[in-house]
Every structure is written in structure tokens, then in C-alpha cells.
Design a protein around this ligand. Sequence first.
Ligand SMILES: O=C1O[C@H]([C@@H](O)CO)C(O)=C1O
Length: 567
Amino acid sequence: MVSSLVLQSKLKLVTPFLLSSITSSTLRELSFTGMAWHQIETPWADGTAAISQCAINPGDSFLYNFTVDKAGTYFYHGHYGMQRSAGLYGSIIVDVADGQKEPFHYDDEFTILLSDWYHQSVHKQEVGLSSKRFRWIGEPQSILMNGKGQFGCSYGAKFIKNSELCSKDIDEQCKPTVFSVHPNKVYRVRIASTTSLASLNFSIENHTMTLVEADGNYIRQEQVHSLTIYSGDTYSVLITTDQDPSNYWISANQTARKPPLPPPGLTILNYIPEPVDTPLSPLPSSPEWNDFAESKFFANKILALQSDKLTIPKPPTSFDRRIFLLNTQNNNSGYIKWSINNVSLVLPTTPLLGSLKFGLQNGFDSEKPAENYPSNYDIMKPPVNPSSKSGSSVYKFDYGKTIDVIIQNANALAQDTSEVHPWHLHGHDFWVLGYGEGKFSSDSSKLNLENPPLRNNVVLFPHGWTAIRFVTDNPGVWPFHCHIEPHLHMGMGVVFAEAVNRIKTVPDGVLECGLTAKIILADTRASPNTPAPSRSLIPGGASNLGPIGAVNLIFIYLFYVGYMFVN
Ligand SMILES: O=C1O[C@H]([C@@H](O)CO)C(O)=C1O
């Protein structure tokens, strides 16, 4: 499906699109795409349709050319509408550059990509979410591990429920993936979650896990029995295969939302030379769905690595600008939406990168978005005046500034309801300075400036706040949004425009839609013989694309995926 893929580095695409979770019928419903890479810092290769580029039309191709500058565990996924929920994703591993070493040892590794699966088509889900007669998507039917899940009388469900109803033969298609390991070795297990909705509790039966990496950044080694992993998170853990030679469950149970929840995602850890078999033991138990104490304890265990081998840089000790983002669920002219500071994000037809670069005031809402919310707002109660508006305004940042963002959760439309939201920033890692209950107060003693972890995805707990800090050193137009696919569809995001004046060129094909198409095509017609590998946005400007400190370079020629499948 990736028709031509040239890897000039130690970057690996693992499971390039999970075939087992994609059917041609789901792909037939996809009409446009854009591919986000969860690691990319190149402003026009971020894959966010209507933000950093035009959507890729059916049958068209688009060349993503970007630099990977940091070894680690990542994944990629469609970023047009809710395409990710339709199965458009896969894992990425960036190895350390030649001559460099990881700050820990392991003998071998395997990769687990977590996702969730709905039986209703993504198109129908989108229509339900966008209708006045709002239809929520509900919980997924299955949790998938490397594309395989349990449902009804399939393999795992049969085992779990031990139900007489499930007396059919084992469904081979749903048999969990097996990871065969040698005894007495250290394995690195790379785990990424690209779920549409589900937050997961991940564990490996009888094996303690040592955390070493989060979102491509090294973290302090901590031993845990389970991980709470939210949509958009990646981790690496080390395990030692020092148990009795046997078969063990690796499981991922949905958590943080009200039951009924689907059966867990499963894989099997098989000790060589034991024959592969269903583990005899019950599945590892997981905490109660609303045991937020457990998941907060886990979140607070993630701290930056500071060792003699490697030290993660500390954040600047003060900020230049602090933005508060109040998360509410609202009624927006009869539609249920999520809003940030009372605005629900809708994307314009002209990519924001183009509108901002060309100064097209009518390409988006040029109104300045709010940087705070009323001080008397009661985050424990449903909104008093629940209405909000829609918009596409952007937060503009100058180069080299330290920005704090305080994400503030609040009560949703229903009484006593506040949900978990994993927030993801494109184009940047940020320091996670802390989490807290209730409303954020400026008591900064709560903030960790000593060893905060660097991440690009962070959880916001119900009725709580999360504080992050980053430095605006990567010019681009970067969305910051809830990684829960239906929540982004319902407007839960903002856009940060960072030193856009420093972006001098973008390649052909990035901005040829909406209002920018006219400008670019007029320019091409004016000089038809000029072979232009990239498009100068500032007359005479030189290319300054690509982050500093590049280790590896990849060229991925990505043909439109749906087109390839359908044909
Ligand atoms: O966005 C959401 O909508 C529903 C509910 O709040 C309204 O039906 C739900 O559980 C969400 O996460």
C-alpha cells in the first residue's frame, strides 16, 4: 500500500497500516487523506489536512520528506476527519544513529501497537457526531493488539467469558499475536496507542516492567506492574524473561470510561522452547475503570532521565507567556461540541500554513483567541451558559519564547461528569510540569522544574489541570488537540502558529487548494519553464526547512492509501 518506500536511515515502519483492521469497504469511504507522523518537525510534512497542507485527493500522491532527529518509538496515522479510527496507522521505530548508544541495555525487542475497533463505519460515526440529533459513538467493540481483537465468540472472548455460548471453534483470525522469547534475556517492549477513544491498562502477566522511554524521550527507570496508556502515548519498557518457561498473557483493558467495556486486547508471551498455547492462568486483573488514583500515581512516575549516561534538558525556569485552555462540552447552536475557551475548532478550507504565510485575512478567523477564561467559572458544574461558538482562530507566537499552557478540565454538559482527555502537540516535545486537582492556582511550587519529562502527549484528568512548557524554536503551524478522535471531530483543539515568517519555502503540492491555490497557480503560469522543486513563499527567500541536529533522513513516497487498496 505504500507503493514506493525508500528508507535511507535506520527508521523502520512496523506494520505499515494494520491490514487486519482495514477492509477495502472501510477505505472506500475515505476520500482524502493527510498523514501525521507523531515525530515530525518539518512544517509542511506534518500531515494535518487544512492546517499544514491540502488534503491529498483520491488517486493523488504526496511526497513526505522529513528529517527524523531523535531515536525512539513513534507511530503515524491519517489526519483527515476521523480516518485514524478507520485503521489508517502503523508503528515507526527510529534507531539510534551509528556510533551512538541507548542509555540502557537489551538483548532484543518487539513492538505492540494498540488500537480500538468499531463495527459502525467511521463515516456513520462522523455523521452521528455532527448531527443535531447527536449520536455518540459509544465504546469500541474490540481492543486490538497489532490489529487483532476479541469479539463475541472469538478466541480471547471464549477464554475470558468461559461461556457456554462460546462453544464454536476458535476463530483463527482473532488468535492473538504471539511473541516468542528466549529465557533469561532482557527485552525492550515498544508500545504505542493509536486508539480512537480507549484509554488502556496494559500489563504482562508475572513480569515487572521497567519504564525507559515515553513519546520518544528517555525517562527515569521505574518499575511498574501496569501502564495506563492513553491515545497518542508511546512507551518502551524492559522486561527480563526470568519466569517459568510457559505462556503468559499480555493484555490491554479499557479503562477511564463507564462500563460496559469491551474484552481486553490480548497477545501471548511464549517462552522458547515451550509450545505456544493459551495461558492457563486468568487474565491479569486491571484496576477499576474509575480508579484515577492509580492512573495519577502512574502519570507522576514519568520523570526525565538524569543519569551519568544521558540527561534530558531542564525547562527554562520562567515563562514569557502563559495560556489557559478551558475544556468544556457545549451546546453550539443545537450541536454538541467540545470547546476551548468557549470556541469549538473548525478547520478552514485553505490550510492555515498558507493563509498565515500569504497574509490571507479571509482564509481563517483572524480574531485573537482568548488566553484565559472568567475567574469565577465553576469547573465542577455543567456550564451555566452552555453555548459556545465555532472558529479557526490561531494563537500566534514569536520565535524563541517560553510558553506555558495550562489545560484546565471542567464539568461536561451532564452533572458530575468530567472525562479524561489526552492532549497532543504537533511539531514539539514539551515538558510536563505537573498535574493537579480542581482549578489551577498560580502556586507554582506545584510545578516540577527539576526533572519534568519531555513528551508530545499528556493526559488531562477529570476536573483537573495539566501544565506544560515549551520553547517556540520550530517555526510552523501546529495543532494542539485532544487525541480522542471523536473529540477532535467535535472541535476539541487549538492551533499554534509559531514564527511563520521564518518559513521561506514549501514544496509543490502542499498548498494548492483553497485560496492559496490561486496564488500558486498564477505564479506557476507566470513562469511556466521554471523547474521548482520547492515553492518560495517569500520572493527570493531561501529554504530554511528542516530541524537542526538531523540524524536520519527519510523519503517516503506515499500514494493515496485508499486508492491503492480499492484498486
Ligand atoms: O464527547 C462525548 O459525548 C458523550 C457524552 O458526553 C454525550 O452523549 C461522551 O461520552 C463523550 O465523550
